[in-house]
Design a protein around this ligand. Structure first.
Ligand SMILES: Nc1ncnc2c1ncn2[C@@H]1O[C@H](COP(=O)(O)OP(=O)(O)OP(=O)(O)O)[C@@H](O)[C@H]1O
Length: 409
């Protein structure tokens, strides 16, 4: 008889470089957070009054994307609740991501439901939801910390009202006490806040600085040990992932993505993770990012980009703004689209440059003035496909443009 027990285990394991890939995903919360003890201790010091039944100050946490704000806040929230239970103090933490729960109404409804108050998803006046929440909250002695992640996302959607109410809700409460933690990666978001909200929300500011390459290396080591087989990763991989992510404003999410994608690429080739996989992963992640950005560009910008890609097919050197504008006018005619002025097109070129899709360097042409030398910073083929998916551009698929120099030849 053939021994076929566990055939899937063998197949699953055979070429895998991972022991537990889930631990590399952004949704996984590690127990230890290297290089964040200062910030965590500062926040804990501000929140400790909650364990004595007192109201902690409100906090605003800032830092660029991937600097560990969410993971640190959740970690502190868990520890606070754990200690509260131990000490028999009613102190709870509610975490909300304002990108997901993105209106005043929904935030309030979510908060009310946390205390088992049924509020319909829509329909009531917002004031009524607020009253219901306040009543159910105040029916007991308790301290509640409300964490509003990506708090900038509810501002401007008439979100100021809710922040105004929440930041001074304690004045209307008899038994309960509330503190707010706002988290944002937009360092300037308070500039547009009502000054009264700004001063009450930002009683304490905590900054999460970007990680440097050494710190990212420690974070990656800690995450890779339980998730990647030791024999399946070469020594240079983690330092290289850390170095790439450090250039990318010290983003731990990018560093973890790089390591995970490098592992997936190596696994596909049945190899150990090596430097080349990290470089391929870097290109793949960058391409995925650009594809997402390109998909959401306005059609006029897509047309300018398609024009640059088509011109580059016939020209190795950088393009000038004039050449791009000539080609753009031709494509506008072809697609019956409105032709923007050269000045507007130059602005669109600058925007594409800022998004990292093209490189546009201003050069002086002496008495002929200045122009931009334009090159692509991405692989054209995949991007061309994305552009041609736009139905207004799809009939340009096989249309050839050649730069003016070329036409003259
Ligand atoms: N010090 C750390 N130790 C271990 N993992 C970390 C650390 N800092 C960040 N990470 C990991 O990096 C990823 C991004 O972190 P997090 O989501 O907390 O960033 P963020 O600052 O909230 O970013 P954003 O502003 O984009 O929401 C997560 O997977 C998190 O687990």
């Amino acid at each position: 008889m053939m021994d076929t027990d566990g055939i899937f285990d063998d197949l699953l394991d055979e070429n895998s470089v991972f022991k537990n890939k889930e631990m590399l995903r952004p949704s996984y919360t590690p127990d230890k957070l290297p290089h964040r003890s200062d910030q965590i201790n500062d926040i804990a010091r501000i929140l400790v009054p909650a364990l004595r039944g007192e109201t902690p100050s409100n906090i605003l946490i800032y830092g660029k994307t991937g600097t560990g704000k969410t993971v640190a806040a959740k970690h502190i929230g868990r520890e606070l609740e754990k200690k509260g239970e131990e000490l028999n103090v009613n102190c709870s933490v509610i975490y909300l991501n304002c990108k997901v729960v993105d209106t005043q109404y929904r935030v309030l409804a979510h908060l009310a439901r946390h205390f088992n108050k049924e509020v319909p998803l829509t329909g009531w006046p917002t004031d009524q939801v607020y009253q219901e929440f306040r009543e159910v909250l105040d029916n007991k002695k308790r301290v509640v910390t409300i964490m509003l992640d990506e708090i900038d996302k509810i501002i401007g959607k008439s979100g100021d009202d809710i922040l105004y109410h929440l930041s001074r809700i304690n004045q209307d409460l008899k038994r309960a006490k509330v503190s707010i933690i706002g988290i944002s990666n937009d360092l300037k978001f308070t500039d547009i806040l009502d000054p009264r909200i700004k001063s009450s929300l930002g009683e304490e500011d905590i900054i999460f600085p970007p990680y440097n390459a050494d710190q990212l290396r420690d974070i990656l080591k800690q995450r890779s040990e339980p998730s990647i087989k030791e024999e399946a990763i070469s020594d240079e991989v983690i330092p290289l992932c850390a170095a790439f992510a450090a250039q990318e404003h010290g983003d731990a999410r990018r560093a973890l993505d790089l390591l995970r994608v490098s592992g997936e690429l190596a696994e596909k080739e049945g190899e150990k993770i090596k430097e080349k996989h990290v470089r391929e992963a870097q290109d793949k992640i960058e391409l995925d990012r650009v594809v997402e950005v390109v998909k959401t560009l306005p059609t006029q910008s897509k047309l300018v980009l398609l024009c640059i890609i088509k011109l580059k097919q016939f020209k190795d050197n950088d393009l000038t703004t004039g050449e791009v504008y000539e080609g753009y006018q031709e494509l506008c005619k072809r697609t019956n689209m409105e032709t923007l002025t050269q000045r507007r097109v130059t602005d669109l070129i600058s925007e594409l440059d800022m998004l990292g899709i093209i490189n546009a360097v201003v050069v002086s042409k002496g008495r002929y003035g200045r122009t931009k030398e334009i090159s692509l910073s991405i692989s054209a083929d995949e991007i061309k496909e994305v552009l041609l998916d736009d139905y207004r551009l799809s009939n340009l698929k096989n249309y050839n443009l050649s730069s003016s120099n070329q036409t003259k030849l």
